[in-house]
Ligand binder design. Sequence first.
Ligand SMILES: Cc1cc2nc3c(=O)[nH]c(=O)nc-3n(C[C@H](O)[C@H](O)[C@H](O)COP(=O)(O)O)c2cc1C
Length: 404
Amino acid sequence: MYDSPLLKTTLGSLTLENPFILSSGPPTSTGKMIRRGLKAGWGGAVIKTITPDDMPIRDVSPRFTTWKGECNELFGFENIELLSKHSLSYWIEEIRAIKSEYPDQILIASIMGSPDPATWQDLAEDVQNAGCDAIELNVSCPHGMPEAGVGSVIGQNPRMVQDLTQMVIKVADVPVYVKLTPNITDISPVALAAALGKADGISAINTVGCMFGLDIETFEPLPNVDGYSTYGGYSGPAIRPIGLKMVSQIAKTVPLPIMGIGGISRWQDAVEYLLLGASALQVCTAVMWNGYGIVRRMKKGLASYLERKEYSSPDELRGLSLERLTSHQSLDRKIRIHPVISNPGSCIRCGRCVVACRDGGYQALELKNDGITINTDFCDGCGLCIQICSTGTLKQKSYLVVSD
Ligand SMILES: Cc1cc2nc3c(=O)[nH]c(=O)nc-3n(C[C@H](O)[C@H](O)[C@H](O)COP(=O)(O)O)c2cc1C
């Protein structure tokens, strides 16, 4: 197991051996699996959401659909899975046992009661008495549960978030994190509501509501449950930009510790979340696709990055990029870019930059016998050609616009 003192992380009142936590989901759906995850070196785990025993969970089959690249690499993942199928008493036993076997790693109990807040209070008391280090309120599951008056219907309503958080805080003596949904126009009022309810921290994001697609031969939606489907939750690398936006907005709104979630699969993704205000990171889909072992590479990568940048903890990265996120109107208009050919030998003459510029840009590029020519008088500096160039031949050059 890889470890480095550089990875020690502060999450509110908790200390983590490293900032990587298994998110609530299939990799944390049994005590045995959580033990294997912790053994592999994760800093902590959030248990698959626990519900009261009179809210039985019955999953459909199949319940996943994926968007993959040519080498089976995962871009996006849809699920219509529900919550833990294990009873409350099963989890109480498991929390006790896991905490005695892994006292130094953090165990967080994700809970969801019925629309009656008293059921959330009962769950909170039971899991904290069993010894969990923190509680996460799942007010963000986008499928199935909203039809029962819970999940993201609570997370989309700031008043309900504040009231529910306040009710749970009344009985809680461990930190309470509220897990927010991205399926809302503006996440800031909800983060504020959690803070007003006296939450100890925020987890964000849960999955993004989606309709993955259809089998266009049979007209049946995916995932196909006997010819029918329902809206699901999108996760994996495709949602990272959404998670980063939401986490930065939360960090700008409330001074609470944040567990950043959404599309994290590499240490570089983790660094981005930290720089935008997260204190720790949660990972679900990347573990489902690649196994618990990915944490080793993520820890190694983050530790060498911290060493190279001369930081002594992930804590020191927290929020460093936040002030660079500003309004569109205040962005500089005097600095522009245009493409330059950095290494003519690397151009494979595919012509994609020319087509992109011709049909989606400003007609500034031409492919001639001796290669690409750039007419900077036509170029508007959008950067499309540089984005599409697959060989890195086109690079950007900045210049200052002299206004009259
Ligand atoms: C199959 C599946 C089941 C999930 N179940 C839960 C759950 O029970 N409770 C919860 O709070 N989040 C659940 N999630 C959401 C994840 O915890 C996480 O917020 C989301 O997938 C985004 O992170 P990722 O891109 O790393 O997967 C689930 C996600 C997936 C893919």
